[in-house]
Write a protein that binds this ligand. Structure first.
Ligand code: HEC
Ligand code: HEC
Length: 342
């Protein structure tokens, strides 16, 4: 079966008929379970405006939101590196290691919930987490973070513009809303989107083969929709137990034994750029991650060429970085401490 498919690819390419092959190789009904990425991920609760985005970008890069003025969101989610820090687990205040790998912030706004265990509803709520997390930005309270921002005189007019109707625009909630609005435009459309929109030449024959193996072996049961993930929780180690059982996943947030080892299925967009992989950072390469998924989630061993094809196809999910959008902004000056972009 497999050999035949490869022969068909070669033949189709030789005949210059790769698009006909693409139609045949991937069942169109399966293909409909994926969706091109929205370029605007909107929210009724937090309408996105240019003013909010400007403010959110500043706050995202402003290390003064951390206790020691040394960590910003961008320290652990560097936007010029696809929004992930490349560490097994992130380094927080005073070099402390957290226990989880930092997920990318690109497309995070489209996740059905935030964090590996889903403990925040949306990016607006999520943004309030790390600022007061003792192992991350380590502010002692939301009030302290707000006081810090208030102490920087240049922020007042910028908050006023972003939240024109608020009596008191500088609040912890509005810090989250501004950062959230900024994140709602962190999207990187890729060749994969062109393929889904009908350009069958957007993927190479090997990439199409990878998509076929991915679909046929069952990966897309969990990695589906516009993010190829981000739409459900699943147990890691469904077929074969996950080697590292120290992080109990969603059960740590819900305290329910039914949630043991459940994690949010992560997006696969830009996955080639965001290693190491998994909540525990235990897979250094994408090849390793794909093999572990096949083994632990599906109980199958993929052939080397099948793994290589999936890895090649995953590469088509890498989009171009929005370089203008993510340019570090000039921050309002602090009257006592020099502003620092981290
Ligand atoms: C010290 C490193 C660190 C800092 C600083 C940090 N984060 Fe994170 N971030 C992480 C880690 C680690 C996780 C995963 C934690 C978990 O799931 O329990 C995470 C999760 C997230 C997520 C969830 C993504 C998803 O797919 O679920 C978003 C969004 C995010 N961070 C945005 C931010 C923003 C905005 C800031 C600044 C206010 C920030 N982070 C500061 C390390 C950091
Ligand atoms: C039963 C659901 C399920 C199936 C089937 C599944 N996955 Fe996953 N996938 C997950 C979950 C849950 C995670 C997060 C696990 C963790 O971090 O501990 C994940 C994580 C990943 C990651 C790491 C992403 C990152 O940013 O860390 C990759 C890559 C991946 N899966 C690819 C695949 C491939 C390829 C297949 C098919 C061979 C597959 N998955 C099958 C649920 C699934």
């Amino acid at each position: 079966m497999k050999q035949k498919m490869i022969a068909a690819t070669t033949l189709a390419l030789a005949l210059g008929a790769s698009s006909a092959y693409a139609e045949e190789a991937v069942n169109p009904r399966l293909l409909r379970r994926f969706k091109p990425i929205r370029v605007e991920i909107d929210s009724d609760q937090n309408p996105v405006t240019g003013e909010k985005i400007n403010l959110g970008r500043m706050l995202y890069f402003d290390a003064r939101l951390s206790q020691n003025r040394d960590l910003s969101c961008n320290s652990c989610h560097p936007l010029d590196k696809y929004g992930a820090d490349g560490e097994v687990t992130s380094k927080g205040t005073k070099g402390q290691r957290g226990k989880r790998n930092s997920p990318t912030v690109y497309h995070a706004a489209a996740n059905f919930v935030q964090f590996w265990d889903g403990r925040a509803r949306d990016v607006e709520e999520q943004a309030g987490g790390p600022i007061v997390n003792p192992a991350e930005m380590a502010m002692s309270s939301p009030a302290e973070a707000v006081a810090r921002i208030r102490s920087i005189p240049g922020y007042a007019p910028i908050f006023k513009k972003a939240f024109p109707d608020a009596a008191d625009p500088i609040s912890y909630e509005n810090i989250g809303k501004a950062i959230g609005a900024f994140e709602r435009r962190l999207v990187t459309p890729a060749r994969w989107d062109r393929f889904l929109e009908g350009d069958k030449t957007a993927l190479s024959a090997q990439e199409i083969e990878g998509l076929r193996v991915f679909s046929n072996s069952g990966c897309m049961v969990c990695h589906t929709g516009e993010l190829l993930g981000g739409s459900m929780y699943q147990r890691v180690g469904v077929v074969e137990p996950w080697p590292n059982q120290s992080d109990r996943g969603r059960a740590e947030a819900t305290k329910s034994s039914a949630d043991e080892m459940y994690f949010k299925v992560p997006t696969l967009r830009n996955v080639a750029m965001t290693g190491p992989y998994f909540h525990d950072g235990s897979a250094p390469t994408l090849k390793d991650a794909v093999e572990k998924m096949a083994k632990h989630q599906l109980g199958v061993t993929l052939e080397d060429n099948e793994v290589a094809a999936i890895v090649a196809w995953l590469g088509s999910l890498t989009g171009a970085l929005p370089l203008d959008y993510i340019k570090p902004p000039v921050l309002p000056k602090d009257s006592t401490v020099t502003a620092s972009v981290k």
